[in-house]
Structure formats: C-alpha cells, structure tokens
Design a protein around this ligand. Structure first.
Ligand code: ATP
Length: 220
C-alpha cells in the first residue's frame, strides 16, 4: 500500500488541509491518508485546543472523505510529539508499505529547526505542497542545500544520498491557515468555505472553556 501520513497541529483542521491531502493522494496514487494530529506539538506553545477536541473536529471533517482517516498515534507517546519518532513508528508498523509524509513547503524550508529534521526521509518520502510563503521553486532550491548530494531523478523527484526521496508536488496555492480560522472565529465572523461545514458546526458547539486557549492566544 502507498500510505500518506499527514502530520499537523490541526488547530483546527481547515479546507486547505483537506485539499492538500486530495492533491497528494492523486499525485502519488496513495491508497489512504492518515491525519496525525500532534498530541504535544514541540514547536507551538499555548493557544492550542485540547487534543481530543482537535481529534473530534478532524473526525467530523474526514467522515465524508473516503480513504482519509484519523490516527491518534501521537497520544500514546509521552513527551513532545516529534515527527521523526512518529515516522519511525509508522515505518516499524508498516514494513511492507510505501510511506509518504505530507507537508507544506513552509515546513520543508524550516526543517533545520525540527528535531532531527534531516532524518525524516529515512522513514518516509516527503511529499511537499506549495504554500503561500514558500513556492515549489523555493522548496526545490532548499533540497540540495539541506541534503548535499541529493539528485533530481525526474522533474520534482529528488533522491537523497542517505536514502529516501523528496517529491515536490504542484498544487493550487490556498491562502488559508488555522491562524486565520481562529482569528475569524474570535471576531465572530463566518468560517464558511474556510473549514468544512461539519467543522464549523463542531466549533460552534464548543463551550467557552474549550475555546479558552484561543481566547488566551488572542489576548497575548
Ligand atoms: P497555524 O496557522 O496554526 O500555524 P496551519 O494552518 O499551518 O496552522 P498546521 O496544522 O500547522 O496548520 O499544518 C499542518 C501541515 O499543513 C503543515 O505541513 C503546513 O505547512 C500545511 N499547511 C497548512 N495550511 C496549508 C496551506 N494553506 N497550503 C499548504 N500547506 C498548508
């Protein structure tokens, strides 16, 4: 099986996340995409909805998307949710599958700041989608700098000297972020077409206490 692993804070999941998964699935012929919310994101502090609340919103969003599923695997590990550990765990549990870690180009170009970011492709090929802030060309220029000796096997597919690959995918740029969704919600504005209707409903059903992390973030 060709399996996509889509990690993120998903605070909350939004329409660009879903579209990214569709783009990656079609471009790479993935049988399944698992959305893996970070239980304890190492790079973001405060302002994050409770893990279960983020999972419920994801479940609601994914219910109408065949082939997409939620994974709570990071909740089972103590300490910060490092992506390298998650991918190593996937590789152990899926020895016969081809794994692809889906991420935005802004994440790729900041990989030097991640815990053992250079090692991610040892466990899963990277599937990188353009995002406002980092085009495909910018992501591409980054690959041989970060992994010296990387060679472009064919357009958009780089083989790395220590094994593994980076796939640079073409996709429409969608200027939607969870930051924008949170700001709109806190301002009492509509989330229509920024998040799926099920997520809009789920968010409107959350208690003020559940949304407190976002309100705290807005005051900071
Ligand atoms: P925040 O605004 O809170 O930082 P976010 O919208 O970036 O959140 P994350 O859950 O942190 O959402 O993102 C998960 C993954 O999806 C990351 O790899 C991120 O780069 C990517 N991503 C998020 N939004 C987009 C987008 N509009 N286009 C391309 N990639 C995106």
């Amino acid at each position: 099986m060709r399996l996509g692993i889509f990690g993120g804070t998903f605070n909350p999941v939004h329409c660009a996340h879903l579209r990214m998964a569709v783009e990656a699935r079609e471009a790479l012929d993935l049988s399944r995409v698992e959305f893996v919310p970070a239980a304890r994101p190492p790079h973001k502090s405060g302002g994050i909805l409770d893990f279960e609340a983020r999972c419920r919103l994801l479940e609601a969003a994914l219910a109408s998307c065949p082939g997409f599923a939620l994974s709570r695997v990071e909740a089972g590990r103590p300490g910060p949710s490092y992506t390298v550990d998650t991918l190593a765990d996937y590789a152990r549990r899926h020895p016969d599958d081809e794994l692809f870690f889906i991420c935005g180009a802004t994440d790729l170009v900041s990989l030097g700041l991640w815990h053992r970011g250079r090692e991610l492709p040892r466990h899963a090929a990277l599937a990188v989608l353009p995002r406002p802030g980092a085009t495909r060309a910018e992501a591409e220029a980054f690959v041989p700098r970060f992994w010296p000796g990387a060679r472009e096997e064919r357009a958009g597919v780089w083989r790395l000297p220590e094994g593994g690959a980076v796939h640079l995918l073409d996709a429409p740029l969608l200027d939607i972020s969870a930051t924008l969704v949170r700001a709109r919600l806190l301002a009492g504005q509509s989330l229509k077409c920024l998040v799926p209707p099920e997520v809009e409903e789920g968010l409107s059903a959350l208690s003020p206490e559940a949304l407190a992390p976002w309100r705290g973030e807005a005051r900071a």
